[in-house]
Write a protein that binds this ligand. Structure first.
Ligand code: DGL
Length: 268
């Protein structure tokens, strides 16, 4: 392991970097801004390389580190990996390599789902990479036996969100195809273990029925960031409202417009 000795801008007034393989992390950014309205954020969507979810661990790590370095070059005081896939494949390694920089990762909200649906049927929707990584295996080990936990990867779903298709007959048909594999027994809880999925929360809820409780890790991640910055005395004491700067690796200028649209729409 190489420890990177870099100059960080560990200043209260510096912005916070938020990254995702694409648009999904905007569902986390919404919670970050809600909890920390006076902070400035830089959101970097790596849409040119999305999706990450079916790539190898090493490849996801390289792509994630590349984005984190871009954010460091912009002078961020901390980074939120607002992508479950990148968090699983790269979170720990990046924290070891950049020990001075607060790096907050996300994980599927399995804990609140199992607590909220004791002995129930809980389905974890996430990418293939998230579900195969050690980080998820450890989480599963902790909660297995307290509910029936079913892993369901949904390759192809982030692409709908990347093109702003949040409800359509094609999307419903795509999801129905996967949900059919769950059989007739009702599902009590669903974990949205990929940050793209909250944008199609309404459709997922409608297809799985009114009994289903839906969980995601965005609010928990926001609280974790606040704790980490507080401990390091890095929370801004600015009085004015913070701002979001939008960056995307895609050459398509529409991606920034779509990012802003996803940031502002109602998704609950
Ligand atoms: N948003 C990413 C996550 O939370 C996954 C999407 C992708 O496959 O790139 O896992």
């Amino acid at each position: 392991m190489e420890v990177c000795v870099m100059e960080f801008n560990l200043d209260k007034d510096a912005p916070i970097g938020v990254m995702d393989s694409g648009m999904g992390g905007i569902s986390v950014l919404r919670e970050l801004v809600k909890l920390l309205p006076h902070e400035n954020f830089i959101f970097y969507g790596d849409s040119a390389n999305a999706p990450y979810g079916s790539r190898s661990t090493e490849n996801i790590y390289e792509l994630t580190e590349n984005v984190v370095q871009k954010l460091i070059a912009k002078g961020v005081k901390g980074v939120v990996i607002a992508c479950n896939t990148a968090s699983s494949a790269a979170g720990r390694r990046l924290r070891e390599e950049y020990p001075q920089l607060p790096i907050v990762a996300i994980e599927p909200a399995l804990k609140p789902a199992v607590i909220g649906c004791p002995n129930g049927r809980v389905v974890v929707l996430a990418t293939e990479a998230t579900l195969r990584e050690k980080k998820f295996a450890n989480l599963l080990e902790q909660w297995q036996g307290k509910a029936e936990i079913i892993k369901l990867p949904l390759p192809g779903l982030p692409e709908f969100v990347e093109r702003g298709e949040l409800d359509s007959p094609a999307l419903r048909e795509f999801l129905q195809g996967y949900f059919k594999t769950l059989g007739d027994k009702p599902v009590d809880g669903v974990v949205l273990g990929c940050t793209h999925y909250p944008f199609v929360r309404k459709v997922i809820g409608e297809l799985l029925g009114p009994q289903v409780k839906i969980y995601d890790g965005a609010a928990g991640t926001a609280r974790q960031l606040r704790r980490r910055l507080f401990r390091r005395q890095l929370l801004s004491d600015r009085q004015a409202k913070g701002q979001v700067q939008w960056l995307n690796s895609s050459p398509n200028p529409e991606m920034i417009n779509l990012s802003q649209k996803l940031f502002n729409i109602q998704i609950d």
